[in-house]
Design a protein. Structure first.
Length: 268
């Protein structure tokens, strides 16, 4: 169950910054696995893995059990369940890498409402709980400091009732600095950031020339939503039964066994 503070802050801003979401051991294991994925030549990677641009690494969550376990990380597992009324689905996951000194175009401001229409995504509060049917957990495996670049959000925009005018936030084009009215979120290694896809967000250019940014991107929805399936038979064969169950589409009334557990341990 989410805490009262978490509910208040997420409802107010549309995102949560969870400091220390990963323990030291989990962070060290996950970072080691991520670095191995990055270093492995494309011809040596298993099916379903690779990067077309050196920035987005396919199925990052599935490369190693140290990364797959983060799908069920206890610090945000209660949030995943509350947002979906106890019927979550893990949709898919990738890994985002900004290399030090690399030439990377920043990402313009966007959200599900602007990209797919107001009907596409739902956010509301009922009976003292939050319902959010399209959200992302960003897990930071390396540090981000003020001035580095990275994630920018428009706090509170997940509940906006008006289209964003081209005259605000520099028309949504992001470069090196966050426009007035936006917030540059700067997590440290081991932190997690949870956002609604209704929240207007984007990415500033990554500036450091001596440090990379590695972020695991995990996408969740209710079990009857999210499209797909996004997994191949070869990917399913790599995953633990608990992860495959959470990724499966299900009806409005079905209760998945894995969602009844407060702590999920991968059996394979």
């Amino acid at each position: 169950m989410m805490t009262e503070t978490q509910r208040y802050l997420f409802d107010l801003t549309g995102f949560l910054h969870l400091e220390g979401a990963l323990g030291e051991a989990a962070l060290a294991e996950a970072l080691d696995a991520a670095e191995r994925y990055i270093r492995t030549p494309s011809e040596d990677l298993p099916p379903d893995f690779g990067s077309r641009d050196g920035r987005i690494y396919d199925n990052g969550f599935a490369f190693d059990k140290a990364l797959e376990r983060l799908v069920f990380q206890p610090s945000y597992w209660p949030i995943v369940k509350e947002f979906t009324s106890g019927k979550p689905r893990f949709v898919r996951g990738s890994m985002l890498v900004n290399q030090p000194g690399g030439v990377v175009d920043p990402g313009s401001l966007h959200c599900a409402r602007e990209a797919y229409g107001w009907q596409s995504t739902r956010y509301e509060c009922r009976d003292g709980r939050i319902y959010c049917d399209d959200f992302v957990v960003f897990i930071y495996l390396t540090d981000v400091y003020p001035g580095d670049g990275g994630l920018v959000v428009v706090p509170g925009s997940h509940k906006c009732n008006f289209d964003r005018p081209d005259s605000v936030f520099d028309g949504g084009d992001l470069e090196d600095d966050a426009p007035p009215g936006t917030t540059n979120v700067t997590p440290r290694a081991g932190d997690a950031v949870v956002i609604s896809e209704l929240l207007t967000h984007g990415t500033l250019r990554w500036k450091p020339t001596d440090r990379k940014r590695i972020v695991l991107v995990l996408r969740y929805a209710p079990q009857y939503s999210g499209g797909g399936p996004w997994t191949t038979d070869t990917l399913k064969a790599r995953l633990s039964p608990e992860t495959n169950e959470l990724m499966a589409l299900a009806s409005f009334t079905e209760i998945k066994d894995v969602t009844q557990r407060e702590v999920v341990t991968l059996t394979v």
